[in-house]
Design a protein around this ligand. Structure first.
Ligand code: GTQ
Length: 351
């Protein structure tokens, strides 16, 4: 009779013998599979607009919007290069359209947001209605609606695209198709959706035209800014967020998009915010002003100074605090609606 194998050898033999049968022992990976707290592979990152813009303009020389279909530079998380994502669940990119160009009409099950960064006078069309893009506007392309972009501007127009591409990929639920028209036919005057749904009133007889997505497809900056300014003057300032509002779907009061939550906040001049952390990693676009963000996990700490049109990402369960000497306005988006739908959203406000 053979002597019994030592434990380590016994285990290795077991693993080797069952490997061809697509079996693997849980106890070797349990700690990583079920971590004590979120342990994202994402890292914080900052994209200074001054550094990004020349590459966008070179992309403008290198390819037309039509040939590219979408002329976009993807903001890739430095720890997830090659995966086309800024967090594990979200995609972000900067899209450029030049005067006279058209980005042809298509649709997909991925939902998109556009946050206008530079230039005015480009338009995007959704479901027969166009909206003019102005800096700071938040625009939605609902899942499976045809959309095309174009520009009658005199200069370049750049916006931030935020999509749920990694979420839809995770669920293997993506469909896409091209429209027969390069630019879809306009069937409603500009401003119809805002008039119907954007004045604290809604049509008496209506169905939600885009299911779980807001029927307002452009939330103009003018209005967001006015609300934040008034609240800064008249309401208490939150010690963590300054003055922060979330965008809402007027039909439900919930998030405007089923997968992506969007926010706009004002940091008053002289604001030194307290630190917080949350499970939803968030992408920020600086609208106005300047400030600093400190993002930390464990011993690692990143300190970024930001100005207009800069972008940065705060990954899941990293602590972050914002400050601003002169005041700033920040747009941000995250996958919080999904966390909330799954009952796994978590947030800590540190003192
Ligand atoms: O504008 O339809 O950045 O389909 C990535 C995929 C933009 C768009 C992106 C897209 C779009």
């Amino acid at each position: 009779m053979n002597a019994p194998l030592p434990t380590a050898q016994l285990r290795q033999q077991l693993y080797a013998d069952m490997h061809p049968h697509n079996l693997t022992p849980l106890w070797e990976v349990l700690h990583a599979l079920v971590p004590q707290q979120p342990n994202t592979p994402c890292v914080p990152a900052l994209w200074k607009y001054d550094q990004v813009r020349p590459f966008l303009m070179r992309a403008g020389d290198a390819i037309t919007a039509e040939e590219a279909v979408r002329r976009v530079l993807i903001l890739e998380n430095p720890a997830l290069r090659g995966q086309s994502c800024i967090t594990q669940s979200l995609y972000a990119g900067l899209q450029l359209i030049l005067p006279g160009e058209v980005a042809p009409s298509h649709r997909h099950t991925q939902s998109a947001l556009r946050f206008i960064v530079e230039g005015s006078g480009a338009w995007t069309a959704v479901d027969g209605e166009r909206t003019t893009m102005r800096p700071g506007d938040f625009i939605i392309t609902p899942s499976w609606t045809y959309h095309d972009h174009g520009s009658e501007s005199t200069g370049p127009v750049v916006w931030l695209d935020g999509l749920d591409i990694p979420i839809v990929r995770f669920f293997d639920a993506g469909f896409a198709g091209n429209n027969t028209d390069k630019s879809q036919k306009v069937t409603r005057p500009e401003g119809t959706s805002l008039a119907r749904f954007g004045h604290n009133m809604v049509p008496v007889r209506h169905d939600a035209p885009y299911g779980a997505t807001s029927p307002i497809f452009s939330y103009p900056y003018e209005r967001s800014r006015e609300a934040l300014e008034q609240l800064e003057r008249t309401a208490p300032i939150d010690a963590w967020d300054g003055v922060k509002l979330r965008y809402s779907n007027p039909l439900t009061g919930g998030w405007p998009m089923p997968t992506i939550g969007t926010f706009m906040q004002r940091l008053p001049a002289g604001f030194g915010g307290k630190a917080w952390r949350q499970t939803d990693g968030a992408v920020y676009s600086v609208v106005e002003g300047e400030g600093e963000v400190v993002i930390a996990r464990g011993e690692q700490e990143q300190r970024y100074t930001f100005g207009p049109r800069d972008h940065f990402v705060v990954p899941s369960w990293h602590t972050a605090r914002l400050s601003s000497a002169k005041g700033a306005v920040l747009f941000s988006f995250s996958d919080r609606p999904v966390h909330q739908a799954l009952g796994i959203h978590n947030e800590e406000r540190l003192s």
